[in-house]
Design a protein around this ligand. Structure first.
Ligand code: UT7
Length: 353
């Protein structure tokens, strides 16, 4: 059977394009220290973060998602996708989903479009959903975007979270192909533990609790995280999920060329890599200059690594994420040969439609 006929009868999902977009405004640690009770040394030693990008007041999640999606589509050489999935915790509006607007602004009106909510694990969940749409032959191409504007839900006066989070979007394009091709995605490991839903929350504004300022406190209307406990769960779950997916594939950590974890905190990434027995130089890090960008962090790290040629065709790549819910997930893929792409912080010829 030829690769083409195999792709038609028993398709695998193959990554065929990547792109990322950070907002123009870069905010260094010293700028935050000017207005918060914090300092550059604390932020760098506790998180590894030197700067992050924050969206302009009029810039919403869909604006960043459209730019990342446009770059990924151009990188893939395709001009269309049958489905658009946006992983986000900060949709433009509570209703409707952000993905249909993103699809239409990308010229993909008519595509299936929906959001995935799995907080910082959202991109891995959305990738699994997109791959599933292809392997079950519902569609033959999918754009998967992770996009978040955490600066809208983090209290700017909250020194713990304001120093950690940044805004951004990253995207990949998947197409139907063959499991033996470079770019082939899978297997996946996905999991959750809702008993700890209160560790990462925005308490008010959903169906449980109104966001009416007369009935809620300022803290309840903003993002809250029990940092130290989350840290411990993040390390345990990321290591466990990475091992599970490696076992499923019959691989060991020595087979991994590039580990691209959710960029929560440099100390977490280093600890997870260490616990897995992975040399630190095989771990992609983007958190130093982007902060924790939620669902955007893995596709942004992929776009950044590809732009800097830190990902080579044929590299075996392990993605692992952890986030609110609690949720976690991992995925394996081989990196395909792709044209160069702009670094996510690059603002050049592209403009928002
Ligand atoms: O993306 C989803 C998953 N997210 C994560 O995995 C994030 C996990 N957690 C973390 O990354 C870390 O817990 C944080 C970076 C959020 C906090 O770092 P930490 O080392 O766990 O600090 P801490 O919360 O234990 O706080 C230590 C001290 C406290 O002071 P006291 O009580 O010891 O006097 C805090 O009040 O540091 C204080 N502190 C700060 N000091 C200066 C907290 N935030 C700051 C700050 N600047 N920005």
């Amino acid at each position: 059977m030829s690769a083409t006929s195999a792709a038609r009868s028993n398709p695998a999902a193959v990554l065929s394009g990547v792109g990322g977009r950070l907002p123009l405004r870069k905010v260094g640690n010293d700028e935050l220290a000017d207005r918060l009770d914090t300092d550059d040394i604390w932020i760098r030693t506790r998180t590894g973060i030197r700067s992050r990008h924050l969206a302009a007041p009029e810039e919403a999640t869909s604006d960043l998602a459209v730019e990342a999606g446009r770059r990924a589509l151009a990188n893939s050489g395709a001009d269309t996708a049958d489905a658009v999935i946006v992983a986000t915790t900060t949709p433009d509006r509570t209703c409707p989903a952000t993905a249909p607007l993103v699809a239409s602004r990308l010229g993909l009106t008519g595509a299936a479009a929906f959001d995935v909510g799995a907080v910082c694990t959202g991109f891995v969940y959305a990738l699994a959903a997109g791959a599933g749409l292809i392997t079950s032959r519902v569609v033959t191409s999918v754009m998967v975007i992770g996009a978040d504007v955490y600066s809208r839900i983090v209290d700017p006066e909250d020194r713990q979270n304001a120093v950690v989070f940044g805004d951004g979007a990253g995207a990949v394009v998947l197409r139907a192909g063959h499991a033996s091709e470079a770019g082939a995605i899978g297997p996946f490991d996905l999991g959750s533990d809702g008993a700890h839903e209160d560790m990462i929350t925005v308490a008010a504004g959903g169906s449980r609790q109104s966001a009416d300022p007369r009935q809620t406190s300022r803290a309840e209307r903003h993002f809250a995280m029990r940092g130290k406990e989350v840290y411990r769960h993040a390390v345990t779950r990321m290591v466990g999920s990475a091992r599970t997916v490696l076992d499923q594939a019959g691989l060991g950590i020595a087979d991994i060329d590039r580990f691209v974890p959710h960029q929560a905190n440099l100390r977490i990434l280093r600890t997870v890599a260490d616990d897995l027995g992975l040399p630190a130089d095989r771990c992609a890090t983007h958190v130093e200059t982007a902060g924790n960008t939620g669902a955007a962090s893995i596709p942004l790290a992929l776009a950044d690594s590809h732009a800097k040629r830190a990902l080579r065709p044929g590299d075996r790549v392990l993605l692992t994420a952890f986030g609110g819910g609690l949720t976690w997930g991992s995925c394996l893929l081989t990196w395909p040969a792709l044209p160069p792409v702009a670094e996510p912080s690059h603002h050049g010829e592209e403009s928002t439609p």
